[in-house]
Structures are given as C-alpha cells and as structure tokens.
Write a protein that binds this ligand. Sequence first.
Ligand SMILES: NC(=O)C1=CN([C@@H]2O[C@H](COP(=O)(O)OP(=O)(O)OC[C@H]3O[C@@H](n4cnc5c(N)ncnc54)[C@H](OP(=O)(O)O)[C@@H]3O)[C@@H](O)[C@H]2O)C=CC1
Ligand SMILES: CC[C@](O)(C(C)=O)C(=O)O
Ligand SMILES: [Mg+2]
Ligand SMILES: [Mg+2]
Length: 342
Amino acid sequence: MENMTAKIFYQSDCNLSLLDGKTIAIIGYGSQGHAHALNLKDSGCDVIVGLYEGSKSWAKAEAQGFKVYTAAEAAKRADIIMILINDEKQAAMYKKDIAPNLEAGNMLMFAHGFAIHFGQIVPPADVDVTMIAPKGPGHTVRSEYQAGKGVPCLVAVEQDATGKAKDLALAYALGIGGARAGVLETTFRTETETDLFGEQAVLCGGVCALMQAGFETLCEAGYDPRNAYFECIHEMKLIVDLIYQSGFEGMRYSISNTAEYGDYITGPKIVTEDTKKAMKKILSDIQDGTFAKDFLLDMSPAGGQAHFRAMRRKAAEHPAEVVGKEVRKLYSWSNEDKLINN
Ligand SMILES: NC(=O)C1=CN([C@@H]2O[C@H](COP(=O)(O)OP(=O)(O)OC[C@H]3O[C@@H](n4cnc5c(N)ncnc54)[C@H](OP(=O)(O)O)[C@@H]3O)[C@@H](O)[C@H]2O)C=CC1
Ligand SMILES: CC[C@](O)(C(C)=O)C(=O)O
Ligand SMILES: [Mg+2]
Ligand SMILES: [Mg+2]
C-alpha cells in the first residue's frame, strides 16, 4: 500500500499572507476556474482571469468583478499562473500563451496532473510547478467556500525552483477554502492516476452505468419509468449523502433491516470478482498511458472528437434523461439544471 503517513495540512499550516503582493492569473473560467477566481478574490487575493478572444466566459468573468485578459497577457502580468482549461487543450495553450511569458520564479499551477504527468507540458527549471487538486466539482468548491466550508484538496510539488513552492501552494489552498477541510500531500503521478481511476471506475463511469442499468431493468420489466427513476437515480443522492455524513455504517443505521440485509446479499452479486478484474484493467490502462493516448487522439484536431461527440449524444438520448427532466421539475429547490446552464 502507498505511503499512509503522507501529511495532511490544515488552515493553521497555511499562511495566506504569502500571496500578498502577488498577482494570480486564473486561466479558464469554467467549473474550476470561476470557483478558484471568486474564492481567492473573496479571500483578499489579487486575481486576474485569462481567456481566449471570443470566449463565452469573458463577459461573465468581467461581470463577476475581474479584469480579463488573453491567456498570454494574463500570464505576463502574473506571478502565479493556475491552468484551469480543459486537460486536452493545455499543451497547445501553454506553448502558445504561457511559455513565452513565464519568468524565473513564477509559479505554474494545476488542479489535475494530467498534462505534466503525461509529458504534454514540460516547464523550464526556473519556475515552481505545483498542484492544488480539489476533490470535488468546481461548483461545489464555490458553494462550500460560500458556506464557510471547503472541499478537501491534494497538494503536490513537481518543481521547487524558489524553495517556497509548497508553502505558496498551501496558501493558495487556503485561499480557495480547501485547507478548511484538509490538504493531503501527494505527487503529480499519484493524483493523476487516482483521479482518472476514481472518475472512470466509480464516481462517473461506474455509478452512472449502475444507475442506468437499474433504471433499464425496472422499465423493461414494465414498471413506471418515473418510479424507476426515483428508485435507481433520484434516491442515489440521498443514500450517498448519508455515506458522506457517517460512512457506510451510518447509512446502514438509517435504512431498514430489509434494505441492509439485501445490501449484504446482493452487492457482491452485482460487483463481482469480474468487476474487480475490469477495474484492475482500467487502472493499468491509466498507468501505462493507454487511456491518455486514446483520449488525446480523439480530442485532437485529427480525431475531431468523433468518439467523444458520439458518446455524448448517445448518453443524452438515454430514456432516463427524458424521464429525469420531468421528475426533477417536481423538486423546485433543485439547482442541477441551473448548473448545466452556468
Ligand atoms: N470540473 C471539475 O470539477 C474538476 C476539474 N479539474 C481540473 O481542472 C481543470 C479545468 O477543468 P474544468 O474546470 O472542468 O474545465 P471547463 O471545461 O469547465 O472550463 C474550461 C475553461 O477554459 C477556457 N478555455 C478553453 N480553452 C482556452 C484557451 N485556449 N485559453 C484560455 N481559456 C480557455 C474555457 O473557455 P469557454 O468558457 O469559452 O469555454 C472555459 O472557461 C482540468 O485540469 C480538470 O481536470 C480538477 C478537479 C475537478
Ligand atoms: C470526478 C470528476 C473530476 O475528477 C472531479 C470533479 O473531481 C473531474 O475531473 O471533473
Ligand atoms: Mg477529481
Ligand atoms: Mg478528474
């Protein structure tokens, strides 16, 4: 097992004043970008935003109080440059906009290790290269900060040219609220491999496939699709919320004995040794670069996102999506669809 003694840093380990006098450029204003920029601004930091001419987010970032520049101009003006654009676009943008404007002693930052770990970006030796990777979606990084809380983060230092890289990165983690929850020390490699594995096998790929298969099974057996949606999709959040609060044991305390008995009996029939075997293959494809190669190829100008777009279209047409729209209207307090339009 990996090092279980890796340090966790909290607010008292982080010195926000290390960011005094430093300009932070947030490149990208999407899920993570808007959250980091707004949280840092609310923490008193000097933040500018870098985008491309014609970006749909330019006016939004300005309306939310930021000076917005092209990525190249923002990089030139900044001491700390956080790259929060899509992983597959980072290498080309870095080469064109960031590299020519980097100065010795700058800090280049990432929220995910993909571009560095897979060698898409190779920064010069005289800059710090660090990562603060929130373990949660950008919109939650913002909403937790506003609630006085934070999303836990990973911190990693790839290059420490100034000798202060880790302390500066930790100050940044406090600025976005992550240190309120805890910041676990790791490496770019480990963050990249575990993050890709988690989102593919469990959080996004695994959970969505499980919910959809359950929904389909009930619908194919003739049950009302709205009932199937309640049972296999809607209620997932409520069960996961209990796990979030008190672990599996806490969740099982809240459910009936009938459900708990069925949980123990049936879980291993669904997630079998074959599922574990498939998980191991997924992990090995991530570790040896197979996934990164396939992803980058499809997302490249030559690939034209052919596979990505087809998969996205097919997923959007799933009957659960149609029923879901109707069911989600029932709970007017839900802001999920607002997120999609943000
Ligand atoms: N989504 C998440 O919650 C998490 C993401 N991460 C990591 O954070 C990073 C950002 O991901 P995410 O927030 O999902 O990205 P999004 O797709 O939500 O946003 C990308 C942003 O980058 C802008 N952009 C695209 N190309 C350029 C360019 N050439 N120059 C300047 N800006 C550009 C986009 O502009 P426009 O608005 O015009 O489209 C958009 O504002 C990735 O490394 C990801 O792995 C890490 C943890 C969680
Ligand atoms: C789970 C997906 C994620 O890794 C995240 C929100 O943490 C991502 O890349 O968006
Ligand atoms: Mg993640
Ligand atoms: Mg991820």
